[in-house]
Ligand binder design. Sequence first.
Ligand SMILES: NC(=O)C1=CN([C@@H]2O[C@H](COP(=O)(O)OP(=O)(O)OC[C@H]3O[C@@H](n4cnc5c(N)ncnc54)[C@H](OP(=O)(O)O)[C@@H]3O)[C@@H](O)[C@H]2O)[C@@H](O)CC1
Ligand SMILES: Nc1ncnc2c1ncn2[C@@H]1O[C@H](COP(=O)(O)OP(=O)(O)O)[C@@H](O)[C@H]1O
Ligand SMILES: [K+]
Length: 466
Amino acid sequence: MRKIFNEVASLDKKCYEKFSLNEELLMEHAALALKKDIKKNIKAFDSTVLIVCGVGNNGADGVTLARLLQNEYKNIHIYIPFELKSQMAILQYKRLKLLGLNFIKDLNKVKKVDCIVDCLFGSGLNKPLNEETNTIIDKLNEFNSYKIACDIPSGIDNKGVIKTTAFKANKTITMGALKLSLFTDSAKEYIGKLKVANLGVSDIIYENDSNMFLLEKKDLKLPFRDTKNSHKGSFGHACVVVGCKKGAGVIASSAAFNFGAGLVTAIVHEELQLPYYIMQSHKLPSNVTAIALGMGLGLYDKNELKQILNTNVAKVIDADLFYEELLLDYLNQEIILTPHPKEFCSLLSLAKLADINIDTLQNNRFEYVKMFCKKYPKVTLLLKGANVIICQNDKLYVNTLGTSALSKGGSGDVLSGLIVALLAQGYNYLQSAINASLAHTLVAKKFQGNNYALTPKDLIKGIKSL
Ligand SMILES: NC(=O)C1=CN([C@@H]2O[C@H](COP(=O)(O)OP(=O)(O)OC[C@H]3O[C@@H](n4cnc5c(N)ncnc54)[C@H](OP(=O)(O)O)[C@@H]3O)[C@@H](O)[C@H]2O)[C@@H](O)CC1
Ligand SMILES: Nc1ncnc2c1ncn2[C@@H]1O[C@H](COP(=O)(O)OP(=O)(O)O)[C@@H](O)[C@H]1O
Ligand SMILES: [K+]
């Protein structure tokens, strides 16, 4: 996993003050990282590279890049639509002028471009884009080129919000370290592949401590069985409470079984058609080790619910339970909650933390997750979305590996099943949420069919051979 920061200006400052580096040195490395990626992806000398530079230091990165690219390609176009403001941009521009490179005045005259580098705005975007800038960005987005965003796609603000438009990158090369603004759900549409540019000192020196992390494929710890002398009870007994919408419980039970739970029981009111290896019972078995509850619950007897919630084993809570006030009685204990944004809005309201709509939540996902976990530090919260956020107390993790193939009814039920399987097998709360989420998204990524065709059944099958 990699550390994520709210901002990196303080890390740059540390480089200057503690390690005697300076802005020019860091900028040279930023531009070098851009050049390296262009050289890797654009091979032909005959190619055209368009570098669009803004008024601040993001623009200065672009101007510096233009200098480094001279004679590497036949056509280097530099487009600077507004008067430069920052000292560094002015300095780099002065150097560039001396080299005699090609500045363009009218974007409409550019017909074919192989690579566009967006250096309009980076971390300094501090107000909505004006009409002229919107038009430039929309025009850039129309080109069928390899598109690189310098630091962050222009138009995404420092909270990760897009007010009007943003540059749609194939790759974002972010400078120094990962910033939280890169990981909102709306930013995901524009970031493309994400790479961190080294600015001249190792990560260990550049980075400070952080409580926020980006999850990576290599973080996944599957529940492989290392013990030889085992029996089914060694791998726990997961119970899934099946409600009115029975499919949800059926999906979660099957997912739990395939993810290694030794025994799985569906808690049902009436006998269901289930795979023969999933047991059915009207009440919780005495050897239950973990419970999944809430998905497809519908109307359920409150006393029965309380009885299940009072059982002293690990639990993952989903869906309909986020609308039940009685859940509040269980939030001061260790428990996993897996709401999607609408359910999280309800939970925030029940907890009297905020009365907000989904848009407000989506524009402030990290803030509300942190707020909730501060009030309930024992809860492990997994907020679903295009980028999943997992938070416990002051530690926050982001999983960006999911894809829109997962935007299907039942995907979340699979996730609950995976979580309860890991809880049953003895993973702690945080590790259950992290590893189940990673497995869930990686299976979807590995799916061989078209991305509109993934079913919960495919996910459940895929988990077998991850
Ligand atoms: N620090 C370092 O050592 C390193 C920094 N690096 C690079 O610097 C970048 C940050 O540079 P930055 O701080 O100059 O901000 P940047 O994004 O260029 O824009 C600020 C300018 O834009 C203006 N402006 C803002 N919004 C606007 C709007 N909507 N419409 C119009 N104008 C708007 C704003 O105006 P003002 O606030 O002055 O009115 C200001 O003039 C960072 O992303 C990275 O690429 C790397 O080289 C590594 C080393
Ligand atoms: N565009 C997307 N990108 C990544 N993951 C997604 C996307 N759409 C949905 N998901 C994931 O799919 C799951 C959907 O869960 P949920 O909405 O609870 O479904 P259901 O209740 O129908 O089972 C969540 O884990 C969510 O993060
Ligand atoms: K940019």
